[in-house]
Design a protein around this ligand. Sequence first.
Ligand SMILES: [Cu+2]
Length: 384
Amino acid sequence: MTSYQASDRYAARKTPGGGGGVGYMILAVFLGIAVAILAIVSVILVKAADDARDDAAIAAGTTDHSVHQADSNVSLPLQSFAGTTGENAEELAMAHEATSAVLPPVPAGELVQVHMTLKDMVVEIAPGVRYNTWAFDGHGAPGPVVHVREGQMVEMTLTNGGAIPHSIDFHAARIAPNIAFKDVAPGESFTFRFRANDPGVYMYHCGTKPVLAHIANGMYGAIIVQPKEGLPAADNEYVLVGSEWYLNGDGVAEPASLDMNKARSRLADWVTFNGYANQYVTHPLTADPGETTRFWVVAAGPTNNVNFHVVGTILDRAWVNSDLQSPPQRGVQTVVVPAGGGAVFDVRIDDVGMYPFVSHAFADVDLGQVGLLKVGNPKTGASH
Ligand SMILES: [Cu+2]
């Protein structure tokens, strides 16, 4: 009280009437308390952020000291390896066997059993660029296409042949995720069932924390649920899963692994359809003039959308957001397929030629998310 009285006297000298002085005093006391609280809160937040990074590093298996230091120093410049390939990139690209984009048939019967054995493996994601993935079913990324008909029962068994816990989350399922999408320990298997009652093209992915790391390491794929009554006939049906890669090295001399800072900062090194940059440029998908080609597209991310567009034509039918219960939109130029979403597109092309399909976010084209639909036997190459 002594200091209050002293200040009050001081205030009284400075301020006629003295009332304003008391107001300033109270304000000053409040400001002092606020500053102290802010300081305490900021210390707590910094500690929480540091703990979260530690958790992420542990879950991502990157707990060695050097990685942890780099991970904590968010001001470090992030190095891009975009466009860095092995030597003779063209020959390597030609030698690479393109992932089949052809839609597999629906298995017969009421029950569809799917068994994936997860494996830690090195895959090639661009010419001469290797990456350490966590791969569903030893396929690399994406995992196998699951194709069922509306009403079929899906029985999913995940065997974890990897080094850390993993899980599988089907966007096509209506099921308690804490039960069905639970973590499966290394060496163990887990089976769950769901009835595929909602037609569409959906993402599946590992849902183990940090999900960003598990998806970025290749743990995703597409499940297609054909509507019971079917869609209009198509002559060619292709599945495209868009995704991006964040590398901690160029992957040429030795396989790269995930750079979590780049994944958080959305600084992709490569962006792909079906896991390999530009693979359908060197190995185009095909159609004959006058045929209808259907694209089943999933944007697996982990973060990027696919802004789907086919150069040189217009999307005749677009089942946006893979809503197969409503009539499709018609005559659309570009459709956003959101990360974690899907869509279905039909194009009927009459003229012979090379028709690029892209994500029209062109940074992603530059990083490899482009392919060609070769209609007939054109004499010249692609425009884009
Ligand atoms: Cu996983």
